[in-house]
Design a protein. Sequence first.
Length: 328
Amino acid sequence: MKQITVIGAGAWGTALASLYARAGNDVVLYGRDAAAMAAIAAEHRNAAYLPDIELPAALRATSDPRIALEHAETVLFVLPAQALDGASEALARFVPKTALLVLCAKGIDRKSGRFASQIVRERLADNPFCVLSGPSFARDVARGLPTAVTVAAPTIALAEAASEQLSTEAFRCYASDDIAGVEAGGALKNVLALAAGMAIGRGLGESAKAAIVTRGFAELRRLGDAFGAQPETLMGLSGLGDLILTCSSEQSRNFAYGVALGRGVDRTDLKLAEGVYSAGIAARLARERAIEAPILEVVSHILAGEISVDEAMRTLLARPLRREAESV
């Protein structure tokens, strides 16, 4: 039995906490909202994020970081990318120096352009760490449905050890030492899912969505290559696999947000879509590296209120025709 602490009580954090508690580990779920944590502990249900999932009775929940982290052997940081810097700084003094850190954020810090591994290495430099990413919906994992993801670490030995530790009967982890590739795929697919959702929301059809996903993946590969990603990683679970899932269902917050954008409906009550925060910085990073990324660019302009969805689609359709292989 492992002592596992999950930082972040949203849907994904709750799902992972439930997964590992059901697997027989001693799991503590940490969130800042004391009332919400007390309700989870008492009712064994996260009413705000997974109201239809009954959580294991053995799963503990707390808003006290000292209690949450005191005996942790493994710490899962399951926070939005934009919150990771502040949270890791605030919690660093409570994290045991030997604990394995598992970074589950999919995004780019919009202020600094850093990925999760770069942020946490600054705040918790002494701890071993890995990155977990791949095609996974929180509700599926919470229900115990089969899921496969990638776990990347600075060395393949650590990645293999972490993958073995983090795998369960239905949750399979595949090892990699390509942190750049895993993080690039996880962040950029969110922005592309917004574009795919906009196409559906605007009534442009599945064919248009398929074109956006395919051409968007070419942009993901170009930018991933600039970050040092390995091509096979981008073609794997944490790249193409995650992109396909995220663009296929309104279970995806990013796809659902894009659909709402395309329809022009109120988005006030929609849950956090990480791609909304990553789009601008992703487009900027592409421009700084002179990388052609028209889909990332128009998504960032739409979110900034600079162009409409219709104008963006006209811009994309007006691009010069060329050989397909030349633009991959």
